[in-house]
Design a protein around this ligand. Structure first.
Ligand code: AMP
Ligand code: ZN
Length: 114
């Protein structure tokens, strides 16, 4: 299996999970665009949001919300952005479903789309 996020799921690559539920987990992004930049990742190998079964929607939202709360508290942030790239033309580099979470503070000058 060549997928880097599947390797994280099956333990081939070590990771420190921020939060997890049955179908999703979160980790810090290896390339921190802002301090606390995190990824919410599906445990199954789905490629884009369109592949996520409807019955996993609430677990996805749960993982995003719990991760946001933990990161906001940990980084003294005030808010956050979520970004989800679907397909190469939309900037998706890892073809395993994930949502970026960027904690934000007033006047932080973060450039989350670069
Ligand atoms: P995307 O362009 O939405 O596919 O973003 C993929 C993200 O995965 C990038 O922000 C990478 O820095 C991040 N990434 C790639 N490999 C790892 C890894 N082993 N652990 C954590 N984040 C990773
Ligand atoms: Zn995968």
């Amino acid at each position: 299996m060549e997928c880097i996020f599947c390797k994280i799921v099956n333990g081939e690559i070590h990771s420190n999970k921020i939060y997890e539920n049955d179908n999703f987990f979160s980790i810090l992004d290896i390339n921190q665009k802002v301090d606390g930049h995190s990824l919410v990742i599906s445990k199954q190998h789905f490629v884009t949001l369109l592949d996520i079964p409807e019955d996993l929607s609430s677990e996805l939202i749960d993982c995003i919300k719990k991760t946001a709360e933990i990161i906001i508290r940990g980084k003294n942030a005030e808010g956050f952005n979520i970004v989800n790239n679907n397909s190469e033309s939309a900037g998706q580099l890892v073809n395993h479903f994930h949502v970026h979470l960027f904690p934000r503070k007033k006047n932080d000058n973060a450039n989350i789309f670069s």
